[in-house]
Design a protein. Structure first.
Ligand SMILES: NC(=O)c1ccc[n+]([C@@H]2O[C@H](COP(=O)([O-])OP(=O)(O)OC[C@H]3O[C@@H](n4cnc5c(N)ncnc54)[C@H](O)[C@@H]3O)[C@@H](O)[C@H]2O)c1
Length: 254
């Protein structure tokens, strides 16, 4: 019997895939059988280069700044050429945070956050959807990465602009899903809770204090979020679109 979680013969594009949650998503999708391309502005961690041999899939890395329309388009064109137009799964994960008070957030800082977290996600999804329509995939799935920051303030952090960007990411999902349903493309989001990555590494004291706020008492590792991505990418979630999956150890429910 073929597992409904299998991604064999599918191609996935993950932005922000060089490390952290994005790299974990890439590993999970590859483990399920998908070929993998990642876009990032930093070179991927060494473990990315072992994915192809470990899971017998194809992998590729492209230097792409998702906040630059020109860079995004150029990277996408090259990816489409290299992968002969194949694309079934897109996971716009690239994101940045800024710990700065509401009263001191500058226009420039805010614009930078919006450029990566909102415009970068939206236009990556748009390019991906256009290619999926073009290649006629019957199993299209777009999974954008929002955050618990779209539901609540981040305790002990000043992150109003970041929270706003994540609210925008979650809010764009139902209307995009509604427009893409006629092409058989599903669109959902993942909202991770507190995850131990380079994004949260500068705040070791917060990683410690957050434990007390999380229902299951621990901060997530990127691997803890991976299963949700594989589920949303695969036929196992084929009746699901326009939704958010909150993978947060219960922090928003306590
Ligand atoms: N770490 C957490 O606690 C947490 C919680 C909820 C949501 N998230 C979200 O998860 C996603 C991944 O974050 P992470 O925790 O793995 O952080 P991370 O900093 O380890 O990973 C982010 C990746 O995005 C890349 N990136 C940043 N700007 C980019 C750009 N302009 N173009 C292309 N790539 C770019 C970075 O180089 C990095 O590889 C982000 O959207 C983040 O907001 C993280």
């Amino acid at each position: 019997m073929t597992s409904s979680f299998s991604l064999k013969d599918r191609t996935a594009l993950i932005t922000g895939g060089a490390r952290g949650c994005g790299l974990s998503f890439a590993e999970g999708l590859a483990e399920a059988g998908a070929d993998i391309a990642i876009f990032d502005i930093i070179p991927p961690l060494p473990s990315f280069h072992t994915i192809a041999a470990t899971y017998n899939v194809r992998t590729a890395y492209y230097f792409v700044d998702v906040s630059s329309p020109a860079s995004l388009q150029a990277g996408f064109d090259q990816f489409v050429k290299d992968f002969e137009g194949r694309l079934d799964i897109c996971v716009p994960t690239a994101g940045i945070n800024k710990n700065v008070s509401f009263l001191e957030t500058s226009y420039e800082e805010h614009q930078k956050l919006l450029g990566v977290n909102v415009l970068g996600v939206y236009h990556t999804a748009q390019l991906a959807a256009g290619q999926m329509v073009k290649n006629g995939t019957k199993v299209g799935s777009i999974i954008v990465v929002a955050s618990i920051a779209s539901y609540m303030a981040i305790r002990s952090q000043n992150s109003s602009a970041y929270c706003g960007t994540k609210g925008a990411v979650r809010a764009m999902v139902p209307p995009i899903a509604a427009e893409l349903v006629e092409y058989g493309i599903r669109v959902n989001s993942i909202s991770p809770g507190y995850v131990r990555t380079e994004m949260t590494a500068p705040f070791p004291h917060l990683l410690e204090s957050w434990k007390g706020e999380i229902m299951n008492g621990r901060v997530a590792e990127p691997e803890d979020i991976r299963g949700a991505c594989v589920f949303l990418a695969s036929d196992a979630s084929k009746y699901m679109t326009g939704q958010d999956l909150c993978i947060d150890g219960g922090v928003t429910k306590w």
